[in-house]
Design a protein around this ligand. Structure first.
Ligand SMILES: CC(C)(COP(=O)(O)OP(=O)(O)OC[C@H]1O[C@@H](n2cnc3c(N)ncnc32)[C@H](O)[C@@H]1OP(=O)(O)O)[C@@H](O)C(=O)NCCC(=O)NCCS
Length: 191
């Protein structure tokens, strides 16, 4: 699938953009999270948790207050990013990324992402991650994004490799998502 270039929006012009486009994978709108997205984010996280996937460690669904605080903290922090993907008014994917906290690792960040069940395999993940890469390439000195991934998560690995991430190693027995400790992959993109 050839994914359209992400339509990156600063969050000020969402309403106009949503009226213009019928929801489809090609017209996904990507923008940073705002405090008033917290309710949608809690609903999204609740649905994701209820799926009980064997590919992702999810925290318990946050409370609305916690999520508001999380978004607010992110907005006030440097080198922390929550990007949301919308199909019309529906929140269909979330990515969050933070740089290391120390001078020795401020140039590198780690992220997690997910796409809502009905929207997987339609190019949304690719658009969202591409937007995050584009954004972080603008951070002075920043040159590395890493992630951890279950080795059996073939779609995720295809997405990451497709965008240039390479396998750096295995964290042995680091992951317990299928009833026993199993290895976890460490992948990274550098520029
Ligand atoms: C993993 C995930 C984020 C990927 O997002 P997505 O929107 O489904 O992925 P995309 O549609 O953008 O496809 C990504 C790539 O995987 C390929 N792909 C799609 N379905 C696939 C499958 N079943 N097996 C292997 N590759 C697949 C696509 O061809 C695409 O490759 P390309 O970019 O080279 O064209 C999403 O499926 C998801 O949220 N899964 C559940 C939660 C999760 O696993 N999160 C990641 C934890 S590391």
């Amino acid at each position: 699938m050839v994914a359209a270039r992400p339509r990156y929006d600063d969050g000020n012009n969402l309403d106009g953009a949503m009226i213009e486009d019928a929801p489809s994978a090609e017209t996904i709108l990507i923008r940073p999270a705002r405090v008033d997205d917290a309710e949608s984010m809690v609903g999204y996280m609740t649905a994701l948790t209820n799926e009980a996937l064997d590919t992702i460690s999810v925290r318990m669904p946050p409370t609305l207050e916690d999520e508001r605080e999380f978004v607010l903290r992110t907005k006030l922090s440097e080198r922390v990013l929550i990007l949301l993907a919308f199909a019309g008014e529906e929140l269909v994917a979330i990515l969050d990324l933070s740089a290391g906290p120390r001078p020795s690792d401020r140039h590198a960040g780690r992220f997690g992402m997910s796409v809502a069940r009905a929207w997987r395999g339609k190019g949304v993940g690719r658009k969202l991650l591409s937007a995050a890469i584009e954004e972080t390439k603008g951070w002075p000195g920043f040159c590395r994004i890493e992630l951890e991934c279950a080795p059996w998560n073939e779609r995720a690995i295809a997405l990451y490799e497709g965008l240039g991430f390479v396998l750096e190693g295995r964290r042995r027995k680091a992951l317990n998502l299928r009833g026993r400790p199993e290895d976890m992959l460490l992948m990274a993109l550098t520029w």
